[in-house]
Design a binder for this molecule. Structure first.
Ligand code: PMP
Length: 361
């Protein structure tokens, strides 16, 4: 018996989440906002953070943040709102709150890895349904899985990561209706990439009491502060709130988020530049014989190439860090994921890809 035997075997078998050392690289691997704050904004942030009392637990300022987020996201009156240390934490809290014996989480794959990870770690069964080969939601297969497994939670990423597309609304509606027909179970619409998408599910929420909407400030430009939020029918959100660790959002987090929401227009402007840059990258990728780029409504583009591993390595050698997603799912064979960067970073990426992707697919 070793001390390590104290731990769960499935936890011992895991690898801790590894973050690549990106120092000195053009960092296009993690869907971050590439813009630095202007010196004026940096000064204001410094002043505001400097005035925060670190000797107290988070207090009423969190209510100001709740109110600011409600305004920012135009949360319908009467809806509940719960804050998480990134939406990662909310995914985990929802699993915890729903982890009855035999409970199931359903999600299409390829998709965001945390849905599965948080489910299995909290003892829920994870069931997945493959997307179609062009990365659309397979509505018939999803509906069949909903009927068979009666999931407690069904995740729909809108847009999806890593495929970056917005699934067909009629297909999503079929899944939402199928869950409703079970008479139990929640649907979470994960709108992490909403700042770059042409549509949101927000307007449809009121028609479907079992649908919760999740968003994050990460893609709005603040991945470093870790702030996600989930909204929906108040009595459902309340259950998630009950399993939330008290004080999960630090006073520094809160102040930085309030600062960002006070300067919403600046972050919205940045998202506009990123969308324009995305289109510039797409037009360029369309001209490359060795690239098949998929449509994107996010700040990333999924691209199929002849050899993802060697493309990744060659880009890294040129100082550009992207993500090779080939290993995540069989549908992603030889796929790389490019995060949209600053115009100059995208220029460097395009110059490198023009060189590397000359061989036709
Ligand atoms: N949902 C999706 C679809 C994502 O891709 C990500 C992060 N890449 C998240 C949620 C988590 O975001 P965060 O924890 O930074 O709020």
């Amino acid at each position: 018996m070793s001390l390590l035997d104290t731990f769960r075997p499935d936890v011992r078998a895991l690898h801790a989440y590894h973050v690549q050392d990106a120092a000195g690289f053009i960092k296009l691997d993690a869907m971050e906002n590439p813009f630095a704050l202007t010196p004026e904004l940096q000064d204001e942030l410094g002043r505001r953070l400097g005035a925060v009392a670190l000797n107290r637990y988070p207090g009423p300022r969190i209510n100001d943040l709740q109110a600011a987020l409600r305004r920012h996201a135009q949360v319908p009156d009467g809806f509940g709102l719960v804050l998480g240390n990134g939406s990662d934490e909310l995914i985990s809290l929802l699993s915890l709150a729903c982890a009855k014996p035999g409970a199931t989480v359903l999600a299409p794959l390829p998709g965001f890895v945390m849905y599965e990870m948080s489910a299995t770690l909290q003892g829920l069964r994870f069931v997945s349904v493959p997307l179609t080969p062009d990365f659309e939601l397979d509505a018939a297969a999803m509906v069949a899985a909903v009927r068979e497994h009666r999931p407690a939670i069904t995740y729909i990423a809108y847009p999806n990561n890593p495929t970056a597309n917005l699934w067909d609304d009629a297909a999503i509606e079929q899944v939402v209706q199928a869950v409703a027909a079970n008479g139990q179970g929640l649907v979470v619409i994960d709108e992490a990439y909403q700042p770059f998408a042409s549509k949101s599910y927000l307007d449809r929420l009121q028609q479907h009491p079992h649908v919760l909407l999740m968003r994050t400030l990460s893609k709005f430009g603040l991945a470093g502060i870790r702030l996600g939020y989930m909204l929906g029918r108040a009595d459902l959100i309340e259950q998630v709130d009950k399993v939330r660790p008290p004080y999960n959002i630090s006073v520094l987090n809160t102040e930085a988020a309030l600062f960002a929401l006070d300067h919403e227009a600046e972050f919205t402007r940045q998202a506009g530049v990123i969308k324009a840059e995305r289109e510039r990258l797409q037009s360029f990728l369309a001209t490359l014989p060795g690239a098949q780029a998929y449509p994107s409504q996010a700040n990333m583009i999924l691209v199929r190439v002849n050899d993802a591993a060697s493309t990744f390595a060659a880009l890294k050698q040129r100082g550009i860090l992207i993500k090779n997603v080939s290993g995540l799912h069989r549908l992603l064979a030889n796929c790389i994921r490019l995060t949209v960067g600053l115009p100059a970073e995208n220029d460097a990426l395009m110059a490198a890809l023009a060189d590397l992707l000359r061989e036709p697919l």
